[in-house]
Design a protein around this ligand. Structure first.
Ligand SMILES: Cc1cc2nc3c(=O)[nH]c(=O)nc-3n(C[C@H](O)[C@H](O)[C@H](O)COP(=O)(O)OP(=O)(O)OC[C@H]3O[C@@H](n4cnc5c(N)ncnc54)[C@H](O)[C@@H]3O)c2cc1C
Length: 277
């Protein structure tokens, strides 16, 4: 049996399912070939490698209680991600992980939770939503605000429709550019924050998406009264080792791969305001 404890040595996993989500996004279900998957916490990531091409950090997007499958949603942007997206059932990949810290699931117990996601940012927060829905009674109001560029780029469309039918979670979806058959909101996702129902004094916000979207969302959430230390964001930086050794993703005193990728807005604001970091 392969020993997963050496974080620099990839285990081999086989693709058991591949789903085409949107024009350039695929979801892969993987199964380790000769190792036991230890599980992950929502917010963590794997370093996935395509042999002969390279390696890239990819967040978990699946059900956190499912230890049989490792699920990742990938957008084809460059050599590694394109090779991952083009994998077929039966192909093998390298897996190192799980790495990084997690979204504040325990801290969110008993509080209102507002999840704000943009584009592919819905993938790393999907495990959060699964966890919140499975443990619904342990939280106050739960809200998902999701924005995509256009209706064709909405991820997990069928699942979102199912979530919408639940009476115990508010789901709002908006697009930047509508098509003729779109009946939902139009505009940036931050516009929805003002209408969401939550008690800012007792809420936790979870934000994931492009950096510019997260900046505006964090500001809108703070303006609505949520303290910056209760606003959590996931930072994406190019990384190599994934375990805080190489310094590739260093941000001041922090390594995004080891100390993150999840940080609170108060911590990030201080770092981002420092010149030459
Ligand atoms: C913690 C973490 C989690 C991630 N989770 C996911 C995920 O779930 N799904 C997914 O599709 N992608 C995710 N990414 C981004 C993914 O790792 C990059 O898109 C990937 O490394 C690109 O590799 P490539 O060889 O395909 O393209 P490259 O040739 O490396 O890059 C193609 C283009 O994308 C830019 N780029 C590459 N990586 C990043 C990055 N991290 N942030 C901003 N721009 C970048 C490059 O500058 C270049 O313009 C995550 C990144 C991090 C750090």
């Amino acid at each position: 049996m392969f020993d997963l404890r050496d974080p620099m040595v990839p285990a081999v996993a086989r693709v058991i399912r591949s789903r085409h989500e949107t024009a350039d996004v695929w979801t892969l279900d993987l199964e380790l070939v000769d190792a036991v998957w230890p599980g992950f916490s929502p917010g963590q990531f794997n370093m996935l490698s395509v042999f002969g091409v390279g390696e890239a950090p990819i967040s978990f997007s699946g059900e956190p209680t499912d230890n049989a499958h490792i699920v990742h949603t990938v957008r084809a942007v460059g050599p590694v991600s394109k090779a991952l997206c083009h994998l077929k059932v039966g192909d093998t990949v390298g897996v190192r992980g799980p790495f990084g810290n997690a979204w504040p699931m325990d801290h969110a117990r008993g509080r209102d939770v507002i999840v704000v996601a943009g584009g592919l940012g819905l993938a790393p927060v999907r495990p959060v939503l699964y966890r919140l829905m499975a443990d619904r009674r342990s939280h106050g109001r739960v809200t998902l605000l999701y924005g995509a560029r256009n209706p064709g780029e909405i991820l997990y469309r069928h699942e979102i429709e199912k979530w919408r039918t639940r009476l115990d979670i508010d789901v709002e979806v908006t697009v930047d550019h509508a098509t003729a058959d779109w009946r939902g909101h139009v505009g940036v996702v931050t516009k929805l924050i003002g209408r969401a129902r939550f008690d800012p004094a007792d809420a936790v916000a979870i934000v994931c998406g492009p950096e510019v979207m997260m900046r505006f969302a964090a500001k809108a959430l703070a303006d609505s009264g949520i303290p910056e230390k209760e606003i959590y964001l996931s930072m994406e930086r190019n990384m190599k080792c994934g375990i805080g050794l190489c310094g590739h993703c260093q941000l001041g005193p922090l390594f995004i791969c080891r100390d993150g990728p999840v940080f609170t807005q108060d911590r990030l604001r201080t770092l981002m305001a420092t010149k030459e970091l």
